[in-house]
Unconditional design. Structure first.
Length: 255
């Protein structure tokens, strides 16, 4: 655009500013003032109450159902079969005896040590360095758990589940909790454990954000109705004659 046309842009900016100021004069200063104060008040109320509200909502709407949904994800689940699939995908070139694998899972020895020794003894060779083996098994287990839980929960709720791979002790504990005899039901402790450690925190964060938005909107609705009442009834007497001037000043800042 040539320099001779810049005056058109300047004129447009001035015109927009004048329109905003004119509208603000019509609305008056009291309404603008109440809304401005109300906006700050709404943020304070929403920020102060969202945590307690989210805790209340979670306790009454999700606390009981979440462990049940977790357990439902593991109905007809066989941890021995799942470990066999996991190890086959790791390309260690070993044939798993599921009876021996079950004995390792049910045993009292350190799970990763016993499993690693067993896999290395199958063909009489080291399948992989032990440190890498632990990483492989933990990541495979966490991914398997994530996939099972995703049948009952949206993926954004499961953000913390894959962190299970960071703890061999947690993998061992969950592996043994997931050993379920064919005629047994999924233990309640499993759902409670996973909910407390890997799902509750994320769900509370999501509910907290939603509660903040809802609280802010509700408070602002009341504030706007109150502002309209103030503006229409001149309920702030001191603002009487300076209403238009105050509105213009607010409009000027807004512009």
């Amino acid at each position: 655009m040539g320099t001779e046309f810049w005056w058109i842009l300047d004129a447009a900016i001035v015109a927009i500013a004048l329109i905003i100021i004119f509208i603000s004069i019509k609305k008056g200063a009291s309404k603008k003032l109440v809304i401005a104060i109300g906006c700050v008040l709404s943020l304070a109320i929403a920020g102060g109450m969202n945590k307690s509200v989210s805790g209340f909502v979670y306790k009454n709407a999700f606390r009981q159902s979440t462990p049940k949904s977790i357990n439902k994800a593991f109905e007809d689940f066989n941890i021995v079969t799942e470990y066999t699939k996991m190890i086959e995908k790791l390309d260690y070139n070993v044939r798993i005896n599921e009876d021996k694998l079950e004995g390792i899972i049910r045993g009292d020895e350190v799970f990763h040590d016993r499993l690693y020794t067993y896999l290395c003894n199958i063909n009489g060779r080291v399948v992989v360095e032990k440190e890498q083996f632990i990483v492989d098994i933990n990541e495979s287990f966490a991914n398997m758990l994530y996939e099972r839980l995703s049948t009952q929960f949206p993926e954004y709720v499961l953000n913390d589940v894959k962190s299970i791979a960071d703890s061999s002790e947690e993998v061992e504990q969950l592996t043994r909790m997931l050993f379920i005899e064919p005629d047994e039901t999924v233990p309640k402790e499993l759902g409670v454990h996973i909910e407390e450690k890997y799902i509750k925190s994320t769900m509370l964060d999501i509910i907290s954000v939603a509660a903040f938005v809802v609280l802010y909107v509700i408070v602002m609705i009341f504030i706007r109705f109150f502002a309209i009442y103030i503006n229409n009834t001149n309920a702030i007497p001191i603002m009487g004659k300076s209403e238009d001037l105050g509105g213009a000043i607010f409009g000027l800042f807004q512009a």
